[in-house]
Structures are given as C-alpha cells and as structure tokens.
Write a protein that binds this ligand. Structure first.
Ligand code: GLC
Length: 404
C-alpha cells in the first residue's frame, strides 16, 4: 500500500489551465504519459479511494471537467501543455495545436468508477448524476449508430488496447502501430468524428467487447445511483446484444464485431473474457473462467492475465517498443477478471490471481506491464494504474460492483 501511495503521490498533478480551469489528476507515468487519460483516471481514482478518498474525487471531477457540455469526454485531456509536436500527429485532436483534449473516446468506465469512489457519499453521487447521465446519453446517441445497444469505436486505441492483434485484420495498414494510423485519424477528422458517417462509409470500425462491458458496468452503476429503471433497460440491452451477437458458443468466447458486415473477429484476447464481469448467465461465465481464464495453456499464466491467449499465434509476451497489448499482462485485466471470478464464487482462484499480480509487482515494481511467464516488468516505470493492485485485495467484489 505505501509503495502504491508513493507512485500515486509522485504522479499527482494539480494547477490551473491557461484558460483558468483548475485541474487535479494523476498522470499515468511521469516520463511518457504526462496528460490525463480517461480510463487510467478511473483506475487511479479507484486506487486513490483506498488511500486518500478526497484525491479520488478530485481526479474524477477533473475528468468530467475535461468534457464538453454535450456529454463528450476525451480519451486524453491536455491540462498542462499541448502534446509535443513530435507526438501531435498520433493524438486524435481536431487540430495540430491548441486543443485541450482529443476528439476520441476511451473505454467508458467513469460512472462505474464514480460509484466506487463515492462509496455511499450521497452528495458526491448527486454532484455526478447530471453530467454522468449526459455522458452516457452522448455515447448512446453518437456511438451506437445502428441502435443495437453496442457502442462503436473508430480508432483501435479508443478501447485502450491500442495494438491488440484483434485489430490487425480490421485496420490493416491503418492499424495503430503502422504509419497509416495518421491517415485513419485524418479520415475521422474529415468525417467530423461522426460514427454514423464512418460506419456507413468504411469498414474500419469495431463494436468492441471490452468497451461495451465497461459501458454496461457504467449503465448499471447509473441505475443503482439514480434508481431510474431506464438505466437498467439500457444496461440489459447492451448485455443482451453482447450475448446474442458477440458470444461464440463454439469457442466459448466473446468477439468484437467489425466493419459494415459486423463480422466476429475470432482472436482470443482478454477482452473476450471481460463479460465475466457482467451479470450474464452463469453457464456462459463459467465457460469463460474454466475453459479460458484458468486454463494453463490459455490465460492461466504465472504472473497476471496475458492480454492475448498464450495459444494465439500472435501471442508476444515480451517488450516491443512499438506494439503493446499483444501478450503482456496489465494489472487492469486481472482486476476486472478477478472481480468476475468472485461473482462466480471462485474466491480462491481470484485470490491466487491477485497474489500472482502482487508477486510481479514485488519483483519488478509498478511497471506498465509484465511478462506473464517471468514476471519481469516492461514499458513505463512508476505506472499509475498498476496501483489497482490495492483494490484486488481490499475490496470484496474487486472490479465488479454488486448486482443491482
Ligand atoms: C497506452 C495504453 C492505454 C493507456 C495509455 C496511458 O496508450 O495502451 O491503455 O490508457 O497508454 O497509460
């Protein structure tokens, strides 16, 4: 706990933006990731809530403040400085200079994190309700052009899983790790970031399983926080759509739907297991757990949860300067899935997984990701969301709020 606290405190940034807007958030890492990232902030806030609940609240308030009145909240918010010119083409902004955030989204966990951080504090809940509802409405209105309950992402990194092999065939030369990515961003700019236009005119877009699991978790949190059944209906619609359209009974996994044909992308990544965290039928979740997550040749590694099944030909567990999410283990995956195991009553397995993650951190420190077989740490040092490990142990339903 004290080491996690040291990382979070060292990465804490507060001040006032040039236009007078105040900010207070944790940057993911001091060297490479200096801005505020949407899902990182949700994870930081959940970790902070065990250490300094006031900072957890400030972090989430800052994230809301980064958004627009229409409910859009950016993937990355630039509070202290613009992205440097060298990296600017890689940020999905409206212009090359002067923007306060990207035009892209990231896996929408905010309402879920808000409820966890509130921890029953009614006035904090009340403060969030209107903007969180507007945010969920924006996502449903702007990012579900076919109205099937599943949100669409335009850029692969909108899920947070930037270079995952599940996007290779969908994005081809426009993939996040290829030079063509700049063209993909340019195309989105030209279409004014309209998912409706892009979904109608191209095949490079995805109804992403992980993004929709987060969306459903947030809708369920909104239901609990408001008592309004409309949120329950929205959550159920998303969960049913995942089950009806993304579930492969043959493989026992959930797959993204790609392009206009909405074809299932049959690559096993940890996102295929993420619906374990939702209140879906127990037989489906048991298959995810027993046939995959706990299976020694697939995801049952010594350290954490590999981001890609160890059986996939694309599985690469080590470091690669240009590609991430292709096999290494991130702490947030174990966090979400351990919570799912607990809802199945598999507490021993969840504890073992939490212990494995803690072993990797003990060996290698708070790194961005870990080799799932050796526990060696890679990528950034002092990485913020690896501190989620504090929530893996201390919360009885880690990662998953109790069912409504
Ligand atoms: C990388 C990760 C993404 C994360 C960001 C900041 O781009 O792929 O998930 O949000 O870094 O940590």
């Amino acid at each position: 706990m004290t080491q996690a606290e040291a990382v979070l405190r060292a990465n804490w940034r507060e001040g006032v933006r040039r236009d007078g807007a105040p900010f207070a958030f944790t940057c993911p890492s001091p060297r490479r990731y200096k801005h505020q990232w949407y899902w990182d902030s949700c994870f930081h806030a959940i970790a902070w809530s065990h250490i300094d609940p006031e900072r957890a609240k400030q972090e989430l308030r800052t994230l809301l403040r980064a958004g627009r009145p229409d409910g859009f909240i950016p993937h990355t918010a630039f509070w202290q400085a613009s992205p440097r010119w060298r990296r600017a083409p890689l940020y999905a902004t409206a212009h090359y200079r002067g923007d306060t955030g990207t035009e892209s989204i990231q896996t929408p966990l905010l309402a879920f994190a808000w409820e966890r951080v509130a921890n029953g504090d009614r006035s904090f809940i009340e403060e969030g309700l209107a903007p969180l509802a507007t945010h969920a409405q924006w996502l449903m209105h702007e990012r579900d052009p076919d109205g099937d309950g599943l949100l669409t992402i335009l850029l692969p990194d909108e899920s947070g899983l930037d270079d995952s092999p599940k996007y290779d065939a969908v994005y081809g030369p426009l993939a996040h790790w290829k030079p063509g990515y700049a063209r993909l961003v340019q195309r989105c700019r030209r279409a004014n970031w309209s998912a409706a236009t892009i979904a109608r005119t191209s095949d490079e877009h995805v109804e992403d399983v992980l993004v929709n699991v987060a969306h459903a978790l947030s809708l369920r949190a909104l239901h609990r926080m408001t008592g309004d059944d409309a949120w329950d209906r929205h959550a159920t619609k998303t969960e049913q759509a995942l089950l009806e359209r993304c579930w492969s009974a043959k493989r026992g996994l959930f797959f993204d739907l790609a392009g206009r044909a909405e074809r299932q992308v049959e690559i096993s990544t940890w996102s295929s297991l993420a619906p374990l965290a939702l209140p879906l039928p127990a037989d489906v979740r048991e298959r995810l757990a027993n046939e995959h997550l706990l299976h020694p040749r697939r995801y049952g590694a010594r350290f954490g949860v590999p981001s890609v099944s160890m059986e996939e030909p694309s599985f690469r567990p080590g470091f690669n300067a240009y590609r991430t999410w292709r096999g290494a283990a991130w702490v947030n995956a174990a966090w979400l899935l351990a919570g799912g195991l607990r809802t199945l009553g598999a507490d021993d397995e969840a504890d073992r997984l939490a212990g494995n993650v803690a072993d990797a951190i003990e060996r290698s420190g708070f790194r961005e990701y870990y080799h799932p077989r050796t526990g060696s740490g890679h990528g950034e040092h002092r990485f913020g969301f690896s501190t989620l490990v504090v929530d893996l142990f201390s919360s009885p339903t880690a990662g998953v709020a109790p069912k409504a």
